[in-house]
Design a protein around this ligand. Structure first.
Ligand code: SF4
Ligand code: SF4
Length: 479
């Protein structure tokens, strides 16, 4: 057991941690490594929000920090690497010690020179044994399975997770959150995010969770008044185009970026095409060139996915197919990770294999078909020569005018009200543990993880009074 304190060097901290059962005393409370992370409500900051206390409750050969930030325009992880390099390195050391990892790796693009310099300085300062793995500039370098293949040479099983090949992967923000939780008892109450696109200049914001997205955009000085947004990156982010829906959006634990775009931008128009039209286009215009398959990153790491065959078979969907035939025709769709490369870059006909795959995944579920998984995929010999350069992708996405602009400053917002969702993670919503009218301070648990399944604690992100509790979330007004 160790007392957390700045009088101890980080290396001795880790040794003691490792050899003394990982118990920590934080703010006078004794708890172990996993309990402290659970208490803080930490979830994957860069993706779907997988509860981190569950992901890290293991041992692993590799601990990999995903700092690739492969989606165009996003600034957040780069900013965190530059500004919080020391915290990031210390967090990596703590997590690696807990995992008993033989290798700790931070993977980011080789072109991120300033970030690499900051990280190397922090590594030297802390005497850390951490490798900087320089990725090429391609999309989707930050896909968890692609990054594992690049760093370890191992392909994660179909629909599997990195620990199946001995790796644990966490996002930059997650690692910094863990460091803050373990050393300061800090809870997950704020987010760093970038606002880019049709704004005066790209900007970083630090905001309480539950802050309105409109407030974030206003503080970034939008250059147009009637806009649509993408929450996340242009490839995998969520498009919100209607004004009333934009009004309802709030910052959650997984929000990392907001793109402001004209409502008639190519990406916004494309998001509105109906699945019936997409299937009709597939039937009538697919020329079976198989570019969607040859550039598919999951195909390249050896997964059984051939989107050109799913496209070829779309016409058969409503014919009398047996379960076996349906699986043979459309089962590959189950291995699609939704990266969007096929529809946004590969297809010369402007078709949407991704959306057809998404549709077919739903049909497989409806029919109760469990597609067999290949547990031992092997990357194809072409894996390193089939990468799509990010600059070419940006041009194809019609985002060239925003490319190369970077966020140089960070503003802290202090909203008068927040709405904090009970479900900001994969799994079951947290259960509200406060009542309307209760006073809360930053870091108070307002909803507890549902221990009957995957879940995560939710904390107050402002000092204030609870104004409303709904099945979706808790509204707090600042005192
Ligand atoms: S790339 Fe487009 S046209 Fe070529 S096989 Fe795939 S869907 Fe069909
Ligand atoms: S979205 Fe397209 S490119 Fe990406 S994994 Fe699915 S089929 Fe492959």
């Amino acid at each position: 057991m160790i007392e957390k304190g700045c009088h101890l060097g980080i290396l001795s901290l880790i040794k003691k941690w490792y050899y003394h059962g990982e118990s920590v005393i934080c703010k006078g409370v004794t708890m172990n490594f996993i309990e402290a992370i659970k208490e803080a409500g930490i979830v994957g900051a860069g993706g779907a929000g997988f509860p981190t206390h569950i992901k890290l409750n293991t041992k692993a050969e590799y601990f990999i920090v995903n700092a690739a930030e492969c989606e165009p325009l996003i600034e957040t992880d780069k900013y965190l690497c530059r500004i919080f390099a020391d915290e990031l390195i210390k967090g990596v050391m703590m997590i690696s010690a807990h995992l008993e990892a033989k290798k700790a790796v931070i993977a980011l693009k080789g072109k991120y020179k300033a970030e690499i310099t900051a990280l190397k300085e922090a590594i030297a300062k802390n005497g850390a044994d951490i490798e900087i793995f320089e990725l090429r500039t391609f999309y989707p370098a930050g896909d968890e399975q692609i990054i594992v293949q690049q760093v370890t040479g191992r392909s994660v099983p179909e629909r599997g997770i990195p620990i199946e090949v001995g790796a644990v992967v966490d996002n930059v923000g997650t690692v910094i959150g863990i460091y803050e939780a373990l050393t300061k008892g800090k809870k997950t109450t704020e987010k760093y995010l970038s606002v880019v696109g049709e704004v005066k200049e790209p900007i970083m914001l630090k905001v309480p969770i539950g802050t309105s997205i409109r407030e974030c955009i206003q503080s970034a000085n939008p250059t147009i008044s009637d806009y649509a947004i993408i929450l996340g990156g242009p490839m995998m982010g969520r498009v919100v185009a209607e004004n009333d829906l934009i009004d309802a959006q709030i910052v959650t634990k997984t929000t990392g970026n907001i793109i402001v775009l004209p409502k008639d931008h190519y990406l916004i128009r494309r998001s509105k095409v109906s699945i019936d039209r997409i299937k009709h286009q597939a039937r009538s215009a697919c020329i079976q060139c198989r570019m969607c398959t040859d550039l598919c990153p999951r195909y390249q790491i050896g997964h059984r996915i051939k989107p050109h065959l799913v496209m070829r078979n779309v016409w058969r969907e409503h014919t009398e197919l047996s379960t076996e035939e349906f699986e043979k025709s459309f089962g590959d769709a189950a291995n699609c990770c939704d990266c969007g490369l096929c529809e946004m870059f590969s297809c010369p006909m402007g078709l949407s294999p991704r959306k057809v795959n998404g549709y077919m995944k739903g049909k497989l579920r409806e029919k109760g078909i469990n597609v067999e998984k290949n547990p031992n995929p092997v990357a194809r010999g072409t894996v390193d020569i089939s990468k799509v350069p990010t600059d070419r992708l940006i041009a194809r996405l019609n985002l060239g005018q925003y490319n190369g602009l970077h966020a140089h400053s960070c503003i802290t917002l202090h909203p008068q009200e927040v709405f904090i969702p009970l479900s900001q993670h994969i799994g079951k919503p947290a259960k509200a543990v406060k009542n309307i009218g209760d006073n809360v301070t930053i870091g108070d648990v307002i909803a507890a993880a549902d221990d009957s399944g995957l879940s995560a604690n939710i904390h107050a992100s402002v000092h204030g009074i609870i104004k409303d509790i709904t099945p979706l979330g808790i509204r707090i007004s600042v005192n």
